[in-house]
Ligand binder design. Structure first.
Ligand code: MG
Length: 218
């Protein structure tokens, strides 16, 4: 292990299919049966490959699903069960080396909080899309003003965080590639999903959190 300075002072991680092997919105769609599941996962796939802008599918996907509070709770356990091998330990070592770690996700914030604690981060380190329920836990709406519901939103959110440089961003989708303009290095994460458009646009390619750690700490 290197005893020198970390190569990056901040690391921004995508969540779905990067920190955890699930696409939360597709998992929720599967609760609504095959037809909704197929329609939603096709929209997700197109958005992550860059064929469709995320903003054109975000509201449509949620309108089809209308996730209830108890389903979001169930999903929060799935995110923890499918966490990338060794990710909590790698994040711990990054933080011990003085590296700031942030999660920037187009996923639903209440579904991600359990994972945030599981990997040793705090709610302030999570940037995701708020959703609202009524008093009996039925879906009301999502925060349509969140930049994270758009294809380029992660770029703006990361820029506004004004993280200590140099900054590394890691993710598997085209919405993650958008962060490249706001960071010093973008790594395509291929541990769960390998998208050629993302790999082609990346400065680095990593397939595990051991590789993420090596990239940062040497
Ligand atoms: Mg992803």
């Amino acid at each position: 292990m290197s005893t020198g300075e970390p190569r990056f002072r901040s690391v921004v991680l995508d969540v779905d299919s990067t920190l955890s092997g699930v696409e939360g919105i597709d998992w929720l769609a599967a609760c609504r049966g095959d037809e909704v599941a197929r329609a939603v996962s096709e929209m997700t796939r197109a958005a992550m490959q860059g064929g469709l802008p995320l903003e054109s599918v975000y509201a449509r996907r949620l309108a089809k699903i209308r996730p209830r509070h108890d389903e979001i709770e169930a999903l929060s356990h799935v995110y923890v069960e499918r966490v990338a091998l060794g990710a909590p330990q790698a994040i711990h070592r990054l933080q011990r080396a003085g590296v700031q770690v942030h999660l920037v996700s187009g996923g639903l914030r209440p579904a991600l909080l359990r994972l945030v604690y599981h990997v040793g981060l705090s709610p302030g380190d999570l940037h995701a899309v708020p959703i609202h329920f009524d008093a009996i836990g039925a879906y009301v709406d999502f925060d349509a003003a969140s930049p994270l519901t758009t294809s380029s939103g992660k770029r703006d959110v990361v820029r506004d965080l004004a993280l200590d440089a140099p900054v590394l961003a890691v993710g598997d989708g085209m919405t993650d590639v958008a962060m490249r303009e706001s960071v010093d290095c973008f790594a395509a994460y291929t541990g769960f999903a390998r998208r050629q458009s993302v790999v082609d646009a990346a400065d680095e390619v990593v397939a595990s959190f051991a590789e993420v750690e090596r990239l940062v700490l040497g």
